[in-house]
Design a protein around this ligand. Sequence first.
Ligand code: FES
Length: 151
Amino acid sequence: MSDCTNCQRAGVNRRAFLATSSALAITAVLAACGAETEDEDESPTGPRNVNTTVTLANYAALGTVGGIAVISGAGTPIAVVRAAATQYRAFSLICPHAGTTVAISGAGFRCPNHGATFNASGGWTGGERTTSLYEFAVASNTTAGTITISS
Ligand code: FES
């Protein structure tokens, strides 16, 4: 039994108090770790049900490798990057941090809200801590001169 007269009056012994305190401390630590893990595991999620065909000739910037164009008519902001002579990549311009529309900036992208930056492969390169831009699937039709972007 405890030496503490207050504890004796309350019916709490030292062993029960320590066991309860340890369990609460462990629970608090795990909760904190869980919150951090959830934050770090943010993954870029993109718009669902996107299926749009783009005529490449309508976007002069896509005439050269490294060119980037914001396409219209998809119902969500999307940028197409000409990654190689016959390779195109498409990224959601919805910032994975807080949803602001990201803009083309030099050879990549920059979010005007908190300053996150992304390279032409959609990878996060600096600014507000966030994740990569969501990348859509792209299918090319070289005969038609089009690409189809889908999610
Ligand atoms: S919303 Fe883009 S960096 Fe915060």
